[in-house]
Design a protein around this ligand. Structure first.
Ligand SMILES: NC(=O)c1ccc[n+]([C@@H]2O[C@H](COP(=O)([O-])OP(=O)(O)OC[C@H]3O[C@@H](n4cnc5c(N)ncnc54)[C@H](OP(=O)(O)O)[C@@H]3O)[C@@H](O)[C@H]2O)c1
Length: 235
């Protein structure tokens, strides 16, 4: 697919992986909308990289429906949804707090499903579209203290399989991207302390490059799932 003049929505596009995908798509000629909750951060990113934006908490159904209504009204179309908004909550099993567990599930799983649902309505009608779900290598393998976050990413991977089965006949490609550790604000936003930058570990641009490459493949075919690891990360 040639991205020129295609309309892309990137959820959680105000920083990290989402912003890098938005920037790379923009450089390929796509029209890009980003959404997130913090209006100041969102506006700053949108202005700096000439992107459109809507303030939207993807875990809130009303806000998601409103955003997609505005997209239809303002642009009349959507070609690509990047379901990227997410954060982490990590705790050992015997310390899990239900409210934090539900919060992370509400954004990482329900939020992706709500955006997927609204995009699917548009894509089924026009019989084409692309959904990229940003999961994680935590969707493939669990680890100690990871259960709340890992549960959300396994769920996103499972939903992606279902959406693929439902939407393929409408020419909708559902692509799952599993990044390994990427050096973004994810660590701080998940309540852990910032780590020193390590040039052997992944950065958002690495994930953006893989996502854009998968989208640019001729629409005759699609790559169901990509996993990206650092080649030789040195701790
Ligand atoms: N960094 C990693 O190591 C890594 C590895 C694998 C997968 N991932 C996944 O990659 C995605 C992006 O993470 P990142 O590393 O780029 O982290 P990040 O820099 O913290 O970016 C997260 C983005 O999501 C937005 N967001 C969070 N909750 C939201 C909500 N309810 N509604 C709308 N926007 C929301 C944030 O903005 P606001 O806070 O303003 O809403 C921000 O724009 C996440 O799904 C994460 O699980 C990250």
């Amino acid at each position: 697919m040639n991205l020129k003049n295609k309309l892309m929505l990137v959820t959680g596009g105000s920083s990290g992986i989402g912003l890098d995908i938005a920037r790379l798509a923009k450089s390929r000629g796509a029209n890009v909308i980003i959404c997130a909750r913090n209006p100041e951060k969102l506006e700053k990113a949108a202005q700096e990289f000439n992107l459109h934006y809507y303030v939207c908490d993807v875990s809130e159904e009303e806000q998601v429906v409103k955003m997609f209504g505005s997209i239809k009204q303002d642009y009349g179309d959507l070609d690509i949804l990047i379901n990227n908004a997410g954060f982490g909550y990590f705790a050992p099993l015997d310390e899990i707090e239900p409210s934090k567990f539900l919060d992370v599930y509400k954004t990482n799983v329900l939020g992706a499903a709500l955006c997927g649902r609204e995009a699917a309505k548009l894509f089924k009608e026009k019989k084409s579209g692309n959904i990229v779900n940003i999961a994680s290598t935590a969707a493939l393998k669990g680890f100690a203290s990871g259960s709340p976050y890992v549960a959300t990413k396994f769920a996103l991977r499972g939903m992606s399989e279902c959406w693929r089965a439902e939407l393929r006949k409408f020419n909708v490609r559902v692509i799952l991207m599993n990044p390994s550790e990427v050096q973004t604000d994810f660590v701080i936003n998940s309540g852990r302390s910032k780590r020193e930058f390590n040039p052997t570990k992944l950065i958002g641009e690495d994930i953006a490059h893989a996502v854009i490459s998968a989208l640019e493949m001729n629409e005759r075919g699609f790559i169901p799932e990509l996993t990206v690891f650092a080649t030789n990360p040195v701790d």
